[in-house]
Design a protein around this ligand. Structure first.
Ligand SMILES: *Cc1c(COP(=O)(O)O)cnc(C)c1O
Length: 411
């Protein structure tokens, strides 16, 4: 077997290291083409993608229906700005609202489209504050938003202000005030932190970057109840957990809770363009009037055409069912490795955080060894690896990927 660093791949890696900022530390794989769950590198080697762009590729690479929507839109209209209407906008807003409505607390649902996940989070925070002052009646400048330990919501200055990860936060101050961090999964701590200034609780229903952490069974119901009691908004960040990954359209559905706002991103862009959105009640989304919030690219025609095709893929539940079935296969096999190279396995649907026995190497070393065997995965923290293959993966391929993990753990 040839080393990963030879020839063309080595050349591209050298260019990246010389000319690009080192804000990432990629594995030494240089992808040049992809289809479904498989990618091909510049030297022709094939890899099974078990990260799926951190869930941005839930429907795999170049899904034919998403590509067809993108191609036909590219041939007609790509950008208008929101200064004008366009013909992809209304249908996308309508069908995304219909997809999200059963999972939300209000019957009526509106959508505010943005581009990246971080922008959807920022939009949710701005809506919560404005709603807090104008509807709830919090004195000006006193609104607080409660967030969770171990959270990951993106990389803007405000969002890193309430991160407790030193890598994400340190040296980026002065920080945005108005946030309180409580331990994830601790209902009593949340209850103690809430008061009349609390306008929202921002939470990932399952924490992705933290290592696919699933909260205790009753926790999100407690969050819902406390938000209702205190007149605060329950904001669920479903950017990584939503859109089929967990076997339901939204992760909150597993816990029987309906948030006031959901933040969507990643898979909403179909692996083609960044598309994000805030969905929720008109009482909240209605607080922004013309000129008070926006984005040049948010809701652009290409994004709307792609987003609409994604919403339609999710409408009949096929992908959600696939995530449940393949997830059962994956979790069944992973569970049997606990005590045989794995210390623990967590997750729901086709989404797992696995803790590698530290004696076998770091998460990164195990991911490098997996890449040598043709499987792409990514460590999160220390010895934890996240497995999130595209929902289109074939069962035999998923089995094969786990065979490679077994082989790496047995080294
Ligand atoms: C990825 C992610 C974000 C940020 O999305 P970007 O598109 O990278 O800005 C926010 N919240 C969660 C839960 C995420 O996983």
């Amino acid at each position: 077997m040839t080393a990963l660093h030879e020839s063309l791949a080595e050349h591209h890696i050298e260019l990246a290291e010389r000319y690009a900022a080192h804000n990432y530390h990629p594995l030494p794989v240089v992808v040049s083409a992809a289809d479904g769950a498989w990618v091909t590198d510049v030297d022709g080697r094939r890899y099974l993608d078990c990260l799926a762009g951190y869930s941005a590729l839930n429907f795999g690479h170049r899904h034919p229906k998403i590509l067809a929507a993108a191609h036909s839109q590219l041939d007609r209209l790509t950008l208008t700005s929101r200064a004008f209407h366009h013909d992809q906008f209304g249908p996308f807003m309508q069908e995304l609202a219909a997809l999200a409505a059963p999972a939300l607390a209000s019957d009526e649902v509106m959508v505010l489209p943005m581009n990246t996940g971080a922008e959807a989070v920022e939009t949710g925070l701005k809506l919560a504050r404005k709603w807090g002052y104008e509807v709830k009646g919090v004195p000006d400048g006193e609104a607080t938003i409660i967030v969770m330990s171990g959270n990951f919501h993106g990389r803007t200055t405000t969002i890193v202000s309430f991160s407790d990860d030193p890598d994400a936060r340190d040296s980026y101050g002065p920080y945005t005030p108005g946030f309180k961090i409580v331990p994830y999964g601790d209902s009593a701590a949340l209850a103690a932190a809430m008061d009349a200034t609390t306008v929202a609780v921002l939470i990932e229903p399952i924490q992705g970057e933290a290592g696919v952490l699933v909260p205790p069974a009753e926790y999100l119901a407690d969050v819902r109840r406390l938000c209702s009691e205190h007149g605060a908004l329950f904001i669920a960040d479903e950017i990584q957990s939503g859109l089929g990954r967990t076997g339901r359209t939204f992760a909150c559905e597993h816990f029987g809770v309906k948030p006031d706002l959901m933040l969507l991103g990643k898979a909403l862009g179909g692996g083609v363009v960044p598309v994000s959105a805030v969905v929720g009640s008109p009482d909240v989304l209605g607080v922004v009037k013309p000129g008070q919030h926006g984005s040049t690219f948010g809701g652009n025609p290409l994004a709307c055409a792609v987003g609409l095709s994604v919403v339609r893929l999710l409408a009949d539940g096929t992908y959600q069912a696939r995530a449940r079935e393949l997830g059962a296969l994956m979790h069944g096999r992973l569970q049997s490795l606990v005590g045989r190279g794995l210390h623990g396995v967590r997750g729901v649907g086709l989404w797992a955080g696995i803790d590698i026995d530290p004696a076998l190497g770091t998460g990164r070393e195990v991911c490098a060894a997996l890449a040598e065997r043709g499987v792409l995965a990514k460590d999160t923290h220390g010895s934890t690896i996240r497995l999130a293959p595209p929902l289109v993966i074939e069962p035999a391929d998923l089995d094969w990927a786990i065979d490679q993990l077994v082989a790496v753990l047995a080294r």
